[in-house]
Design a protein. Structure first.
Length: 110
């Protein structure tokens, strides 16, 4: 699926030129499909974070408190950076899903 990229001003002008019912329908359909994308991203991020927690037998929050071990090698440092990335993706995706649930209640696709 390709995404049409328009300047925000153009997008807003086109969107507001539509009938209110059409805008509502476009928003609803878009939110529903985007929610599916976010749910896939959430599952992947949860899986990645769980892998790191299992590998290191701790949470990222605990590592932040304790710090990395003095003998941590290059791989541990690389994992630490990636762990931070996936934790951030997880938080941002949860927030986006929460926002969409308020704006457009979940609808099942047939």
């Amino acid at each position: 699926m390709s995404t049409l990229l328009l300047e925000p001003e153009v997008m807003e002008r086109v969107f507001h030129s539509l009938d209110p019912e059409d805008r509502t329908e476009i928003f609803s359909i878009g939110a529903t499909f985007y929610r599916l994308t976010l749910k896939k991203r959430l599952e992947r991020a949860e899986h990645k974070v769980q892998e790191f927690e299992a590998r290191y037998h701790t949470t990222l929050q605990q590592i932040e408190v304790d710090g990395l071990p003095d003998d941590a090698d290059y791989t541990v440092h690389e994992d630490y950076i990636e762990w931070h990335y996936w934790s951030r993706v997880l938080d941002q995706t949860r927030k986006a899903l929460e926002t969409l649930s308020v704006l457009a209640p979940a609808q099942e696709l047939s």
